[in-house]
Ligand binder design. Sequence first.
Ligand code: 8YV
Length: 319
Amino acid sequence: MTTTTARPAVLSMEQVYAPLEEALASHYELYKWWEIEDKDDFLAHQGQKIRGIVTTGGFGADRTLIESLPALEVIADFGVGFDAIDLDAAREHNVAVSNTPQVLNECVADTALALLLSLSRRIVKGDGFIRAGKWPSGGFELGYKVTGKRIGIVGLGRIGRKIAQRAAGFDMQIGYTDVAPSDTAPESYTFYSELNTLASASDYLVLTLPGGASTHHLVDAAILEALGKDSFLINVARGSIVDEQALIEALKSNGIAGAGLDVFEHEPNVPQALIDDERVVLTPHLASATVETRDAMTALVLDNLASWFSQQTLKTAVV
Ligand code: 8YV
């Protein structure tokens, strides 16, 4: 006699990495949200069999989605940030949540440094200068030296620490703010209890703190004013942390020197004022987007799902 065990039904919310989709399809009865034309019809007729969701840091899972899936047991986030997942709704409905911490630290930190270097040394602008055929008719503008400058890290967590280590390689002076001074940070790092004081003392203010209600618009007009006309803002965390309109105003009035942005308030929409501004380097939320890191994130999502469906535990649990 042969027995067949039904594979758990899993709904993937966003098309993000083909090997993840392939692996999910080989282990689960996979549904792809972006391919479903009539979503209400799907939820009404198939929603009751979905036991797992795979989502991204940006897409998350809101209360409406969670409550539309009565058999939902687990949400596996393909990302470290879970601000877009309604954790209260997940808890209320006994839905476990996992994310992918640690495995993306290096790549996100590398991206912060890449933005910092691109801004200071005018890499993107220099590339455009050559491609536009302008080099033969004149020299290129000067940038700013990075070595020895002051970096202010907002959130000395797993990613913030990796950025600090990299900045130390450029002999930068490292300041940070967090809920409390870190016991394990090197003595050479300076702790600032207030964000505005850190901003005033920084040539580069780098955001590496979680998104969500508690950090919404933390970087507003006052913080940008404290940062000042010779300093740069770098955001590899969440767009919601920066008041984008205030940033646009600060750039317009030469209140800050420039910005390196991997994340935006309303992705994938980027305000035209930022696109038009050559003192801004823009990247499309790519900080964790390397083959190595996306493979590691895929492995962790699969581990979490396998562990949940076999023994109701998670490798890296948020809830
Ligand atoms: C991903 C992210 O790019 O880790 C996060 O929180 O936002 C990113 O690593 C995202 O989850 C994939 O879209």
